[in-house]
Write a protein that binds this ligand. Structure first.
Ligand code: GLU
Length: 270
C-alpha cells in the first residue's frame, strides 16, 4: 500500500504548531525544523512532485513577538497574535525556501471560502497556477476572519480541504507522535501503532479519541477526520512523526513509517 504514497505527484504536507515552534509555543518558531523541512521539500520538488505546505505556527510566533508568555484564552487575542505571527512565519519560510532557490507564496484561506463555489474556483485556479509556475504555496487559515482551526483543528481539516481543492494524491500530516495508535499511548503503554487501514473504517475514530498537547487543539481525532475528508477526493493520508530524521523524505520514498489511512482504491468494492 505504501506505493500509493510513493507514486504521489501532488501532495499536501501539513505541519502543526508543536513541530514548527519551540517550548510549547512560548519560544517562537523552530527555525531549524523549518529549514530542515524546507530542505526535504526541495528534494521532493526536484523529483518533479508538486507540494503544497499547510503550516500552523502563526499564533505561537505572535506570542513571542508580543512578549506573551502564555497562550491567551480570549479568541480575539489569539486572532491578534496570529496576525502578528503570520508575518514571522511566512518570513521564516521565505528565507528557508530561498536557500534552495525555491519560491514560496502565502495563501490564507477559510472553510467558508472553500464552501462558496466562486471562491473555491478562484482558490483552485490560483493554487494550480502557482504549482505550474513551480512555486510552493504555504497555506494557513485566515485567523482574522475564521476561528475553526484555532478552536478545533490546528489546520488538520484545512489540510484535507486543500487536498480536496487541488485533487492531491496524498495528504502527509507531520506530527509529534509516530502515528495513530490503537489506544492513547500516553495512557496505555501497551497500545500498538496502526500501520495502515481504510480511512473510512470507523474503528479509527474511537482509537483516536482525546485531544493533543496544550499548544495545539488538534489531537489524533482531527487527523482521522482529515483522512476521511481527504479520501472523499481520493487522497491517501499518511500520519507520521515529523521529528524523525528525514521523516518526510523517507516516508515518500516508501519506508513503512507512521500510519497510512488510504482512500478507496480501484478494484476495492467495499
Ligand atoms: N492558524 C493557527 C496558527 O497558525 C492554528 C494553530 C493554533 O491554533 O495554534 O497558529
Amino acid at each position: 500500500m505504501r506505493s500509493l504514497i510513493t507514486q504521489s505527484k501532488c501532495l499536501v504536507v501539513k505541519v502543526g504548531s508543536t513541530l514548527v515552534t519551540c517550548e510549547g509555543g512560548r519560544g517562537g518558531l523552530a527555525l531549524d525544523f523549518i529549514a530542515d523541512l524546507t530542505r526535504q521539500i526541495s528534494v521532493l520538488h526536484e523529483e518533479g512532485r508538486r507540494i503544497l505546505l499547510v503550516s500552523s505556527g502563526a499564533i505561537a510566533a505572535g506570542l513571542q513577538r508580543l512578549g506573551w508568555s502564555h497562550r491567551p484564552k480570549a479568541m480575539h487575542s489569539l486572532q491578534a497574535a496570529a496576525a502578528v505571527g503570520q508575518m514571522g512565519l511566512i518570513h521564516a519560510y521565505e528565507i528557508a525556501f530561498a536557500k534552495h532557490n525555491l519560491t514560496a507564496a502565502q495563501i490564507l484561506l477559510t472553510h467558508d471560502d472553500l464552501a462558496d463555489r466562486t471562491r473555491h474556483q478562484n482558490a483552485r485556479a490560483t493554487l494550480q497556477t502557482l504549482m505550474e509556475l513551480g512555486v510552493t504555496p504555504i497555506i494557513n487559515e485566515n485567523d482574522t476572519v475564521a476561528t475553526d482551526e484555532i478552536k478545533f483543528g490546528d489546520n488538520d481539516t484545512l489540510g484535507a480541504m486543500v487536498a480536496n481543492l487541488v485533487s492531491a494524491n496524498a495528504l502527509v500530516i507531520l506530527t509529534d507522535q509516530p502515528g495513530l495508535y490503537s489506544r492513547d499511548p500516553r495512557l496505555h503503554p501497551e497500545a500498538t501503532l496502526i500501520v495502515e487501514g481504510r480511512a473510512d473504517d470507523p474503528q479509527y475514530e474511537s482509537m483516536a479519541g482525546g485531544t493533543g498537547s496544550h499548544i495545539s487543539k488538534g489531537g489524533m481525532i482531527t487527523k482521522v477526520y482529515a483522512a476521511q475528508r481527504a479520501a472523499v477526493s481520493g487522497a491517501h493520508t499518511l500520519i507520521v512523526g515529523g521529528r524523525e530524521p528525514d521523516a518526510l523524505l523517507r516516508a515518500m520514498h516508501g519506508e513503512p513509517m507512521g500510519t497510512l489511512l488510504f482512500a478507496k482504491v480501484s478494484g476495492d468494492t467495499k
